[in-house]
Design a protein around this ligand. Structure first.
Ligand code: AMP
Length: 142
């Protein structure tokens, strides 16, 4: 497996070199909206420590990411009046991974509404800003 690349796009977001629509942050994790959501409220949960994916992440960081992902799923259910949540996580090119910093997709789902294909459409920044604000508020009570 290749080494971790500190110049991947999510590492730049962690360092504040690129913007994101932030939902939640603590000392070990960051959550923001996917810019090409597969459904409204599609969030990404990442560890702040450098990890390429599930294969090399520190287990304690992985456990923390899972705990935060649970809260993000609950917040998404609430904000989007969702009927369910899809959680996805891809590893290496063959596993469908495109950005090589570990991330967990948390996608609120409505009954009978299919997800859009990956990377099919960029959401408007104002829509993402509004959704991130609502999700950030909901994170405080889940
Ligand atoms: P994957 O590595 O296959 O799990 O997919 C990477 C995900 O990152 C895709 O869903 C992209 O839409 C998303 N993505 C790529 N660049 C950004 C960005 N700058 N901000 C938020 N999400 C992004």
């Amino acid at each position: 497996m290749p080494d971790y690349d500190p110049n991947n796009i999510f590492a730049k977001i962690i360092r504040g070199e690129l913007p994101c629509h932030k939902i939640y942050e603590d000392d070990r994790a960051l959550v923001f909206l996917d810019i090409m959501p597969r459904a409204p409220g599609h969030a990404l949960v990442i560890p702040k420590s450098p990890a390429r994916n599930l294969l090399d992440v520190n287990p304690d960081d992985l456990a923390h990411v899972a705990k935060v992902a649970q809260r993000v799923a609950r917040a998404g259910m609430k904000v989007f009046q969702a009927d369910g949540v899809t959680v996805q996580q891809f590893n290496e090119n063959a596993g469908g991974q495109v950005v090589f910093h570990l991330h967990v997709h948390v996608i609120p789902r409505k009954e009978g509404v299919p997800m859009k294909p990956p990377a099919s459409e960029k959401e408007k920044p104002e829509v993402l800003a509004d959704q991130a604000k609502k999700l950030a508020e909901a994170m405080q009570s889940v």
